[in-house]
Design a protein. Structure first.
Length: 375
């Protein structure tokens, strides 16, 4: 073979390889060479960015404005001299691990804005935006019914690579509709439903019995402790590749005007996340191969009364927060002066960590959060 022909062949082969890599990158894997093989998305309903970045609000640590029953006890647990100390007391895992080894966005005081694209600022429209990538004006109430949109979880579950390896455990029963359990074929446990895993072991049977024997405070929302126990059991026994865990007490107690219980629920949420993370790091299938995403569905109002509420007329309820921790996310900690992000970017971000291009299938979806991926 002549030198000229040999050079031409090498050039052609090189072009073909580059083209193949380029096509793979843009068609199916927006961020190549990722270490992530599993994703866990955890949300806690209606937890304000103000508490995430500033800790408990001193003006609400009383009976009059915060409905606090044991004021001294709550102050001792969470009140500190600085916002940095208060937030670490309230959410120790978030600040000592996630914010040290991953990234945390949404502190509007520092120029990091994450907000809803939908203007309704309540749960179903926001969970739809988060999980399907875009707002849908048709979804204008919490009792809308089955979601007409395909969420990122359903989309992944349709693919042979992920089928049967995607699951969701949710405190609010409406998430069964948001995730369209019947159409999607997802394993979804929502609200006060018992675990349904075929033959149950003794621990699973006990959990179901406890659920049946417990008197609900909120008919449509099961206690977070039951959600956590069921999700943790499923994680250990079934080893899903994609797991969504939705907690709800942070929102429910705020609506009840119980700032003390809302903050205690936030503190428990943080501990649930810690235990999930420590569990996956102790399992060979997940260790150093799992990305954790944390966020909320909506914010809340501010001041002495508006903190209880959210919705179209509530100022500030569109602002949320977002965090990532895993092998592909650079440890930049709390971010400041970042490009504005929207809730609709969560779906494509989750898919991108798995090498999947959600936006190619759903062009209206928000783009992946590129800062979460090492360059």
């Amino acid at each position: 073979m002549s030198k000229l022909l040999n050079s031409a062949v090498r050039c052609l082969l090189g072009f073909t390889c580059v083209s193949a890599v380029t096509l793979a990158t843009h068609a199916g894997a927006p961020f190549p060479n990722l270490k992530t093989r599993n994703v866990i998305l955890v949300t806690t309903d209606g937890l304000r960015w103000q508490e995430v970045f500033g800790g408990v609000e001193a003006a609400l640590l009383n009976k009059e404005h915060g409905g606090v029953v044991k004021t001294n006890e709550l102050r001792a647990a969470f009140l500190r001299d600085t916002p940095e100390a208060r937030r670490a007391a309230l959410l120790p895992f978030l600040w000592r691990v996630v914010a040290q080894q991953g990234q945390l966005l949404g502190n509007t005081n520092e120029g990091s804005v994450v907000r809803l694209s939908n203007d309704l600022k309540f749960s179903y429209p926001s969970y739809n935006e988060m999980l399907s990538g875009a707002p849908d004006p048709r979804i204008d109430r919490n009792d809308y019914g089955p979601n007409p949109n395909v969420t990122v979880l359903e989309w992944l579950n349709q693919k042979p690579r992920w089928r049967g390896r995607v699951a969701a455990f949710c405190s609010w029963d409406v998430l069964a509709q948001t995730l369209n359990r019947k159409r999607s074929g997802l394993h979804v446990r929502a609200g006060w439903e018992p675990m349904t895993l075929g033959k149950l072991d003794a621990r699973q049977a006990l959990l179901n019995q406890l659920i049946r024997d417990t008197s609900p405070v909120f008919d449509d929302v099961v206690y977070d402790s039951f959600v956590f126990a069921a999700a943790m059991d499923y994680l250990k026994s079934r080893k899903p590749r994609v797991l969504y865990v939705m907690f709800g007490e942070t929102d429910d107690w705020a609506h009840e005007g119980r700032y003390d219980r809302a903050m205690q629920a936030a503190h428990r949420f943080d501990d649930y996340v810690r235990r999930l993370w420590e569990t996956v790091q102790a399992m060979p299938q997940y260790r150093n191969k799992t990305t954790l995403l944390l966020t909320t569905d909506h914010g809340r109002g501010s001041g002495l009364t508006e903190w209880k509420d959210h919705g179209r007329k509530t100022d500030g309820a569109a602002y949320i927060w977002l965090a990532a921790l895993g092998p592909d996310t650079q440890a930049l900690g709390e971010r400041a002066n970042t490009e504005p992000l929207t809730q609709g970017q969560v779906a494509a971000t989750l898919a991108a960590f798995l090498g999947e291009d959600y936006c190619a299938a759903f062009p209206k979806a928000g783009r992946p959060v590129s800062d979460f991926f090492r360059r």
